[in-house]
Design a protein around this ligand. Sequence first.
Ligand code: HAM
Length: 429
Amino acid sequence: MNNRIYRKIKGFRDIFGNEIYYWHIVEDKFKKIFSLYGYEEVKLPVIERVEVFNKGLGDTSDIVDKEMFSFIDKDNKTVALRPEGTASVARFYIENGLFNDNKVDKFYYYGPMFRRENPQKGRFRQFYQVGVEAIGSSSALLDSEVIKLFSDFFDSFNTKLDIRLEINSIGCQMCRQSYIVALSDYLKEESNNLCENCNNKLQSNPLRVLDCKNIRCRDALENAPKIDKFLCGECKNHFQKVKDYLNRFNINFLVNLKLVRGLDYYMRTAFEMITDHFGPALAIGAGGRYDGLIKQLGGPDVPGIGFAIGIDRLVTLLKEVNEISGELKFFIAYQNSNQIDSVICLLKELRENYLNTITDFDGKNLKNQLKMANKYSVDYVIILGDDEIKGQYVTIKNMKNGEQYKFSRENVAIVIKNKFINGGVNCFQ
Ligand code: HAM
């Protein structure tokens, strides 16, 4: 026999048990909220031709430069596991000729993304994103609606998350160019105070130096030129309108003039939802406008904007601020096997009423069934013993505090719901 135990690959993980409950809550939330704003789901392949990302995200982005899982397939084509969804949506949009419909197309997607980053807290090599893309308008009103949706999603959790919305305008090709020249001049003067990575970035993509987390680099950037002074009239006007609309939507935001995004397709509005939970300033969601992307990938010149939220990071945050872990679970324990018809009948009734219920299959004695219920971490055991069957009632034991209740068997599922569920036990309702 081969006794070798296989272990998962570095940066990949199994997600199971208690944590799954949070994933389901998050999935339910985004489906509801995104459809309120008119977004429809698109299921995209996890593998694309590598050019979709090389061209879309830009050769100097970290993702293309060093983080992509790409390989040559048997037909000699280089393919990549998708590192993000926006370039794939652009490919899909062009391939299906959706630009002919003369409307703003709104899509959302959900699934695993792959980046060969250094695994650490909140950073995995396979992680999940839910993202939205709104393609077909360059209006600042659309920017603010997308940011409003982004912010609504985070607000939809009853619990207060320690997060902040930051926005910026990174200008268009034209005005960004003059900013990059000024920034590069400044950074060259400071190069001795910058880390090695920033010195490399200074050559390939100076804007990225702005979001280095190294304290020395941050100090060196203190007096760096700010992008707002370089925005052209149109970009300035667009950004002002976005901010005005956000105020009208009553959204709290901070303007962070150092906010730049790591992918080349962005222009004008950029935004991030930041938390300090995993270390200084990590984004749990981010997005921006990408008006040149569709053209860059061979389509017509159609503008777009969107965002993606990192579900792994969000779930970690939610788990740590909520003590309550899951929906209530019930276990039916019975005294002897000739009561199985009553067990089946009660199981059916409880499940039809959306109560999570399990039982014992093997006819163990009552004591062992109670032990088993404990192992399943159920909240309540519903006991069907001889006395209960004869007297047409059930005994319910609270496994956390040992309290017991007796309820008439008639309509017991409804009674349980009223007593245990509708009392606001679930923090996510
Ligand atoms: P991004 O900033 O690269 O943007 O990723 C969005 C979110 O994905 C991040 O804020 C983070 O929460 C999560 N994320 C990224 N990398 C990892 C990782 N290694 N481990 C865990 N979570 C991670 C994009 O991907 C753009 N496509 C967003 C967008 C959509 N822009 C316009 N439309």
